[in-house]
Each structure stands twice: as C-alpha cells, then as structure tokens.
Design a protein. Structure first.
Length: 161
C-alpha cells in the first residue's frame, strides 16, 4: 500500500505563515547548502504530490517561472516533472505539467490511490496553523529527525500502533 506523507514548513509554534500572510521564515535557510541538498533530493524523489486548490495555485504560479529555475533549479525541475493531483470543486482545469484534477470526495480518492501500486504521495498544504481544528490528541511516534545548520528541523512521524 502506498504511503501518504505531509511535507510542510511550519514554525515551532505551529504556523505556516505569519499574521501578514508571509511565509518568509520558511525560506530563510535557502543559503544553507545542506538544506538545499535535502530540498533538492526531496523534489527529485519518486513521489506524487497532492494539493488542495489554494496551494496548487500558489505552487503552479511559482515553480514554472524563470526565477524558480534560476534560484532553485533542481527543486523546480522536480516540482514541474513530478505527478500531481489537485483536489478542487471550483477549478475547471489544472494546466501545470503532470497534474490531474479531482473533483470528487478527497478522502475516498486518497483511499483509492493508496491501494494502487505506485510511488508514495506527499501532501503540500497551506493554512494558518497546523493545530487548527484538532480537538483530540494525535497518537504519533517520532521515527526519525534531522537538524540542519540553518535551524531547520525535519521530523518524521508515523501513527503510533
């Protein structure tokens, strides 16, 4: 069964963006070679990206630009080549390379996709805080972590069994 993972830049207090909708903190480490190697490797992996409409539109508007190709060539190449799925009830088309638009129930479609053979999937999401709307404790187990010189930390969790 395929796995579904989340890759998000989140501040230590759980925010994707600040009060001014700025995500600059997420890009502060771009000059760290170790972090850029990790990000480039992530984008060049064998996976499938899963988006909601808002994140899809944001990503599609950036990764096809000359600036993305110039500043982050390996990441841009991976983002543009990887297969993508966007869930939206309002989009009529999803023209970013290798994107499939799904208008049906996201939970049912993800279950179907997980049961198919293929690469693991990664959710790229947005929002205000990672903890918004969570009422019950999530039973997760930290399985791996990696700290970078620029202060970024990548944490790998899986459901506790």
């Amino acid at each position: 069964m395929r796995k579904l993972a989340v890759f998000n830049n989140v501040s230590v207090d759980g925010y994707f963006k600040d009060a001014q909708n700025d995500m600059g903190f997420a890009h502060a480490g771009m000059r760290d070679p170790e972090w850029m190697e990790f990000a480039s490797g992530n984008a060049s992996g064998n996976g499938e990206l899963v988006f909601g409409r808002i994140t899809y539109e944001m990503m599609a508007s950036f990764w096809v630009t000359p600036q993305a190709a110039r500043d982050l060539p390996a990441v841009a190449k991976g983002m543009n080549e990887m297969p993508k799925v966007v869930f939206s009830r309002t989009l009529d088309k999803a023209p970013w390379n290798n994107t499939r638009l799904v208008k049906s129930d996201p939970a049912a479609e993800i279950q179907r996709m997980k049961s198919e053979p293929g690469p693991d999937m990664v959710i790229l999401g947005s929002g205000t805080t990672i903890f918004e709307g969570i009422r019950d404790r999530l039973h997760l187990r930290l399985v791996k972590s990696r700290a970078f010189r620029n202060g970024n930390v990548v944490l790998y969790y899986e459901p506790a069994r």
